[in-house]
Design a protein around this ligand. Structure first.
Ligand code: FAD
Length: 383
């Protein structure tokens, strides 16, 4: 029980947990080896109404709040963090398309997205750097009724599995910084696009890779937001995904803690359960406390979003604290399993999976700069 999750949301979460336990969890270890996101499972998630339920009904959603998206997201992530990328990417890209796209262009994509028939990537990072995101160079020039894209994006989640991507590109001069950046929806089957796949440490079913654009022609009506305003307008959607990422990794930490409490209560050493030793139970109690607090922060952030209240600093807090805490928790849990924790299996895969989010979607340093800017003002925290 907590103030953000009412009876309806609790029922929705239970429903999602039944599905995740029965359909998602069984393939968790196997998908890490095959590195393929299960499209049939994605379609099932769509049919169950689990993908981007916060989108308006005319775009295939259910008009539920962002908290509804959050509680479903937690349940899927608890079973397999890679599969919950489907939810994360759909909620982030879905909101961007619904708010900034032309209805006739984005509606077919949003319908497919919510039905689990399409996967959309978000392409911001470039080889020269991700933290200084406004300094991007991928070129987008208007030629008649098309934009022509040239350049490279890298470290893009689902790069080789996505059906389309929201791509941030430079329409203005390099000197214009964030004000010369536009966002555009790019179907991945357009001529001139090639892509690859990295050998990632974790999150292997979703994967990461590069996208290469060589004279790729995208119709001008695929622009998202106004030309030159993509960075400022479209990137506001990241506040939503940052709270979702917090819940996503903390869901992994929570299931790790549950299994570890159970294990240390039954495993014996020196004639007693492991949990009888404070060296075992107190670190777990410390982490359990912090996970409860961090999860409440994430839920509060989504609640603020649902209320239309500012939540940029809170979202950045979720994004730096959640992944760091989740990593430390799973690490501690793994150690509690002794030598068994070091085998390939649930804990070590979880550890690899959650680590990625200390980098992906912005590092802790960048999140703390966002918090500092919100509190002290942009002039006082220029970079
Ligand atoms: C699992 C994963 C998934 C990802 N998915 C996507 C995706 O879907 N789409 C996408 O566009 N990108 C994605 N990325 C890329 C990610 O967003 C970038 O890696 C990240 O923003 C950091 O950029 P960088 O790797 O270029 O590091 P750099 O920007 O080169 O930074 C290197 C180090 O320096 C630190 N640093 C940089 N600037 C400062 C500063 N001003 N103050 C203090 N420290 C600083 C950083 O915190 C970092 O520790 C993903 C990355 C990972 C690991």
């Amino acid at each position: 029980m907590n103030p953000y999750i009412d009876d309806d949301l609790a029922t929705l979460a239970e429903h999602a947990r039944r599905f995740a336990t029965g359909r998602v969890a069984p393939g968790f270890l196997e998908r890490d080896k095959t590195r393929v996101l299960d499209r049939a499972l994605m379609r099932e998630m769509g049919e169950m109404g689990f993908i981007a339920p916060e989108l308006p009904e005319q775009y295939g959603g259910q008009g539920l709040g962002c908290l509804a998206a959050g509680v479903i997201h937690e349940e899927i992530a608890r079973a397999d963090l890679s599969i919950s990328y489907i939810n994360l990417l759909a909620s982030l890209n879905g909101q961007i398309l619904a708010q900034h796209g032309k209805a006739e262009v984005v509606k077919p994509w949003l319908d497919k997205l919510t039905q689990g028939q399409a996967l959309l990537a978000i392409a911001l990072t470039e080889p020269r750097g991700g933290s200084d995101a406004a300094n991007l160079r991928l070129k987008m020039e208007r030629v008649g009724d098309h934009y022509v894209l040239n350049g490279e994006k890298t470290s893009i989640s689902a790069a080789d599995q996505a059906d389309a991507a929201v791509v941030f590109a430079r329409t203005g001069s390099v000197e214009s910084g964030a004000h010369g950046v536009s966002a555009v929806l790019v179907p991945m089957d357009l001529p001139g696009i090639t892509r690859n796949r990295f050998d990632c440490h974790g999150q292997r079913a979703i994967g990461r890779g590069s996208l290469f654009f060589e004279n790729v022609k995208v119709p001008v009506d695929h622009l998202l937001g106004q030309e030159g305003k993509g960075f400022v307008q479209v990137m506001q959607g990241f506040d939503f995904s940052r709270a979702l990422i917090g819940l996503q990794v903390l869901a992994v930490a929570r299931v790790a803690l549950e299994e570890t409490w159970e294990y240390v209560a039954q495993r014996q050493a020196f004639g007693q359960p492991l949990s009888a030793f404070q060296g075992v139970s107190h670190p777990l109690a410390d982490f359990d406390t912090q996970v409860v607090a961090a999860r409440l922060l994430c839920l509060q952030t989504l609640w603020l979003k649902d209320k239309g209240a500012p939540h940029t600093a809170e979202a950045a807090m979720c994004k730096w604290w959640g992944p760091k805490l989740a990593y430390d928790v799973v690490h501690q849990c793994l150690l509690m399993f002794g030598h068994g924790g070091y085998d390939h299996g649930l804990m070590e895969q979880r550890l690899r999976d959650v680590l990625g989010f200390q980098i992906g979607d912005g590092t802790a340093q960048i999140m703390k700069t966002i918090i500092a800017r919100t509190r002290a003002g942009r002039a006082a925290v220029p970079a």
